[in-house]
Design a protein around this ligand. Structure first.
Ligand code: MBD
Ligand code: FE
Length: 275
């Protein structure tokens, strides 16, 4: 009989990783085993507690569907998403900073033309959104794929708007010859992250608020460039200082300027006028 003390178990599991061919995979798996074992040892995990943990993760997985991504949300509220970002992106870069992708990106988003109204007729404060895609020397990048998505005035993404069947407030745009892109929509509001799943249980158990500051998601992709996954926040939002997913960075907080009715950018557009 071998002596099954706790260190022996850890070492035996790590020894099984000898057959892993790829050195990077071997390193990741070994560290994973060491840290998970150290965690179990440190807290003296009981059998009942581990069963609770497995049940929590199982239910998290069951919540993941094409329109709901509870594991991404879990990564977000545990700060893992922003930790991975911090490790992989240099702060001194002139490039737009990254933020979280979040659980509401959808592959099946419609393509829209420059300055199109993507609100699908939902009511709210009209929003005009313009951006410029450049390289780090400031040269325009034409024909970049620009994904945008955001919530409505109640904080609902299209999939959560009661009674809405259509896709709304999300679009795939292309930057024009000057690197510019634009869309019209309605202004998003601050809102709670989904609290009806396992992440909600975790947040309530730790007394944390679910409220996120309002934001517009932007993901920009162009051949030969690193993807930018980011979002912009209005500077007057009351929740900027307590984002439950740690996605707010100073450089991503911008002025959402107000305009007199009929005087804002693209207010001369008559193809899909606001009412
Ligand atoms: C969101 O809308 C979001 O952007 C993130 C990161 C998490 C939950 C809801
Ligand atoms: Fe979001």
């Amino acid at each position: 009989m071998r002596d099954l003390d706790s260190e022996t178990i850890t070492n035996e599991v790590i020894a099984t990783l000898d057959g892993v061919k790829d050195p990077r995979t071997a390193k990741i798996l070994e560290a994973l085993v060491r840290h998970v074992h150290a965690f179990v040892r440190e807290v003296g995990l009981t059998e009942e507690e581990w069963a609770t943990g497995i049940d929590f993760l199982t239910r998290t997985g069951h919540l993941c569907t094409p329109t709901r991504q509870e594991f991404i949300l879990l990564s977000d509220v545990l700060g893992v998403t922003m930790l991975v970002d911090a490790l992989n992106h240099q702060r001194e870069s002139v490039a737009t900073e990254n933020s979280v992708l979040g659980p509401y990106f959808r592959e099946d988003r419609p393509e829209h033309s420059h300055a199109a109204d993507i609100s699908a007729g939902l009511t709210g404060v009209p929003l005009f959104f313009e951006g410029l895609v450049t390289d780090h020397m400031g040269e325009p990048v034409a024909d970049a794929a620009v994904d945008v998505w955001h919530s409505d005035a109640d904080g609902h993404y299209d999939v959560d708007v009661p009674g809405l069947q259509e896709t709304a407030m999300r679009a795939l745009l292309r930057s024009d010859g000057e690197g510019g892109f634009a869309f019209r929509s309605i202004r998003p509001a601050s809102y709670p992250i989904p609290g009806d799943g396992t992440v909600g249980e975790l947040m309530r158990a730790s007394g944390r608020s679910l409220m996120r500051p309002a934001h517009v998601h932007v993901v920009i992709d162009a051949p030969g460039f690193q993807r930018v996954t980011t979002m912009l926040f209005p500077a007057d939002d009351p929740y900027l200082g307590q984002d439950p997913v740690f996605g707010v960075k100073d450089s991503l907080v911008v002025d959402f300027a107000s305009h007199e009715a009929g005087t804002g950018p693209y207010s001369d557009r008559t193809d899909q006028p606001y009412t």
